[in-house]
Write a protein that binds this ligand. Sequence first.
Ligand code: FAD
Length: 462
Amino acid sequence: MTYQEIVPLLTRILTPGQVSISDTDRALHAKDQSFHQPSKPDVIVWPESALQVSQILILANEYEIPLTAWGAGTSLEGNPIPVRGGILLSLERMNKIIAIQADDFQVTVQPGLGYKDLNVQLARYGLFFAPDPGANASIGGMIANNAAGSRTVRYGATRDNVLRMEVVLADGQVIHVGSRSVKQSAGFDLVHLFIGSEGTLGIITEATLRLSPIPEHISAIVAAFNTVQAAVETVVAVRGSGLDPAALEFLDAFSAQMLIEAEGLDLLPKPTLFMEFHAAHSSALDAGIKIVEAICRDFGTISFQATTNATERKKLWDARHRHYEIVVRTHPDQNFLVTDTCVPLSAYIELVNFIEQQIRQPNRIEAPLVGHAGDGNIHVLIPFDQNFSYERAQQLNAQLVKKAISLGGTCTGEHGVGLGKARFMPIEHGGALEVMRMIKKTLDPKGILNPGKIFLEDAPND
Ligand SMILES: Cc1cc2nc3c(=O)[nH]c(=O)nc-3n(C[C@H](O)[C@H](O)[C@H](O)COP(=O)(O)OP(=O)(O)OC[C@H]3O[C@@H](n4cnc5c(N)ncnc54)[C@H](O)[C@@H]3O)c2cc1C
C-alpha cells in the first residue's frame, strides 16, 4: 500500500494535525542518534489516547503496513528507525502524568513523558524515578529498550522499576499487564516480556512506575589512579565492601582530560572513578566516605576528593552525562561508534584489559572508555573517519562483543538490540532465540511491529 492510500484511512481516525507526510517530518523521524542508515517513514501519526493507538494498529494490521513506535529518538542502535517505511507512531503527545500515588512510591504516566520532566514534577513529593540514561529519553522508549544508567548499580534498570503497563497489541487489542502490587506472582510475567522488546511486540500506552525517596544526604567522590587496572580493581573492592554505591562510574585518562578541558572539572588526566553514596543520616555518609577512601588508598589512588556540596555534585554529574556530546563536539572530523558490552563484575577487569590490549593499542586509536563500572557495563567510543573506516570500527565492536559473551556477558547492557546487535543474538542466545521468534510470531503474526529489528534475518544490510 502506498502512503497516498494510507493517509485517507488514517485521517478517518485522527485529525489532520495528527498526521503528516511532510518531507521535514519524515526526515526528522528517519534516524536516531546512531550511525545506522536513516530510513524515512511514509507517514507520521501523533495519537493522543490508547483508543487512537488501537484504531491505528487495527488499520495497520488489516493492511499489513509496517508500524514503528517513536519515543524521543535518542536510541544508539537504530532501534526506532522505520527501516521498512510505513507508519511512524510518535508517542510525543501522550506525555501526561496520570496519577502520583505518593504513599505507594508510584506514579502512573503516559509513555511520551520525558524522564527528566517526570523527575521535576516528582521532586515536589520528595520522590524520583531512578533510571537515568543521559539523554532526555521518554518513559516509553526507556521501557522498550530497558534503559539503564549510572544509578542502576543501586536502584536497578528500567526493568526493575515498572510494575504495571497498558499495552496495545498488533491487532489493536488493549491489555493490562502486571499490577500495582510490589509483589506479584500471578502467572507469566508479561510486564517483563514487553520490557526490552523495542516496540516489536506491542505499543506501551501507560505505565505505573516504582519510585524512590530523594535521599536526604548525598556524597560525590572522585578518585584518580595511575593505571586502568588499579581503578577497575577498586570498583570490585568497593562493590564487595557492602557500601551499596548509588553510582560507580569509570572514565579513562582520555575522557578525564576531555572533561577537564571542556567542562573545567578539577580532575587529573588519569583513570578516574566517579562515585555517589546516599544515606538517611550524615553520620552514615561520613563513615562510608572514610571506608571508600581507605579502599582507594589500598589500590594506590593518587587523588581522592569527596564532597556533599550539591552544586559541585551537579557539575560533576552533568559533565559525566555530557561525555558523549563532549567527545563528539571536540572531535568534529570524526564519528564515533558507541559499544555497550556488559559482563559479570568478576570479569570486568579482563574485559577492560582486552579493550586496552586487543582493541586500542594494536589499532593505535584514541577510543575513549567510559562505563557504569559498578554493574559491569563499559562503553568504548570507537572513532571512525576516512583513515579508519566504519567497517573497521564495526569489526572491533564484534571482537569486543564476542569477548564479553565468552565472559558470561551480553552484547548490550542497556542500548538494546535495534539494528546493530541483531547479528550477535544467535551467538548470545542460541536456541532461546527461536523461543523469542515464536513469541513474536504469536503476538504479531503479520510482522508489522518495528520490522527489521532484533532478528537478523529481518534486518536490512547496514
Ligand atoms: C548522549 C546519550 C547518552 C545515552 N546514555 C544512555 C545511558 O546511559 N543508558 C541507556 O540505557 N541509554 C542511553 N542512551 C540511549 C537512549 O537514551 C535510550 O536507549 C532510551 O531508552 C531511548 O529512549 P527514547 O525515548 O529516545 O526512545 P526511542 O529511541 O524513540 O525508541 C526506542 C525504542 O523503543 C520503541 N518505543 C518507543 N516508545 C515506545 C512505546 N510507547 N511502546 C513500545 N515501543 C516504544 C521504539 O520503537 C524503539 O524501538 C543514550 C543516548 C544518548 C544520545
